[in-house]
Design a protein around this ligand. Sequence first.
Ligand code: SAM
Ligand code: SF4
Length: 407
Amino acid sequence: MRVLQLASRASANYFESLPSRTCLREPGFENLSQNSQNSQNRQFRQHSQLSKNRQFSQRIKNTTKLGNSRAAAYFCNMATTKLYDSYGRPLEYMRLAVTDRCNLRCHYCMPAEGIDFVPRKELLTYEEMLRLTRIMVELGVTKVRITGGEPFVRKNMYGFLKRLTRIEDLEQVSITTNGAVANRHIPFLKEIGISAINLSLDTLDRERFKTITRRDFFDEAMSTYQAVLAAGMTLKVNMVVMARHNWQDVIPMAELTAKDPVSIRFIEEMPFNGSGGNSTTIKTYRDIHDHLQAHFGNLETLPTPAGSTARLYRIPGYRGTIGIIAAWSRTFCGDCNRIRVTATGKLKNCLYDHGVLNLKRMLSDGSSDTMIKAAISRAYRQKLPDGFATEQQRSSAISESMSSIGG
Ligand code: SAM
Ligand code: SF4
């Protein structure tokens, strides 16, 4: 409460005069003496509840609008449970790529011959990923999505997931998979507390599946679809919409929502296919929306959860929902609450950056958790306002595969 009163009275000049070292997460705070850290920890804990307060968050946004990012960072840092970037967006969600390898070769993700997979020793180890997740949770992350490459091609994945879901204060662990080898393990995933599965499925036609993925795993993917529903888990289906390959599948995929409690998410294709450019003419979120609207009549618009990349709809009378993700048009960046960690441990504030911090190095060179937290905080505060600004800052054209980024 006191902080809020203070905030409402304070002027931009006042913020400028704050000593920067009062922030627990300021760079270099690891050098503070233990006593001083403990006393600051106590003070910060007293204020931690405030981070949950919308007014507080609004104050941060307003402060940032004043162009005073240091002041915003000060208030963010007083709340120990959440980390905010300089635009007032909280860090809540981490996408963790556990491998860059995959058993499919989807057109929109990588070339037929695959990509230069990194040597295994360059991948984060399971121990490093577990430690990193604990650190992220302490910085405010409540939700982790495991992705890749294909997560289930990495050995001992199930043991890792079991340990991951036991991390205290981690509220949700979900997985994005192509479903090629996961089908028999769905009950186990449910049992250990995986809350949701995102299944990538771009068509309901066996031959087109083979063409798009360059592999013959249609039956396995469909059996994963059925297994997730049978287990009563939350199921989202990701379909990358491409003019040349699967435009004719948009309506049949939407029809799945008639009977199944599933969310079908139509995604604009991005140029992360290992060689840059898009594989076909882009079908934008507007094209997709208009196509659905023309076929089904009025789509019911549903509320969009904070931080969601999808605009949600329901076909009246249908059980499931439809999401449209403007991944290429990037209409949702203002609300972004996520970071990505690649399989080699690069921290990415945005899909479109080159990586802003080498976490693998810090996790293996003896850096303390405190030092890693400080480095992540510093990097996160530099998150740019949107994917366009980030793309502009790139030093080279896009040529990565989504498989190495962790989509
Ligand atoms: N292999 C798993 C799978 O396919 O579900 C997880 C990794 S994959 C990179 C994660 C998601 O990224 C998938 O849903 C996939 O459809 C999506 N994706 C890959 N390349 C994409 C691209 N160029 N544009 C849009 N989405 C893409
Ligand atoms: Fe593999 Fe997923 Fe990329 Fe397809 S989208 S090639 S399944 S990583």
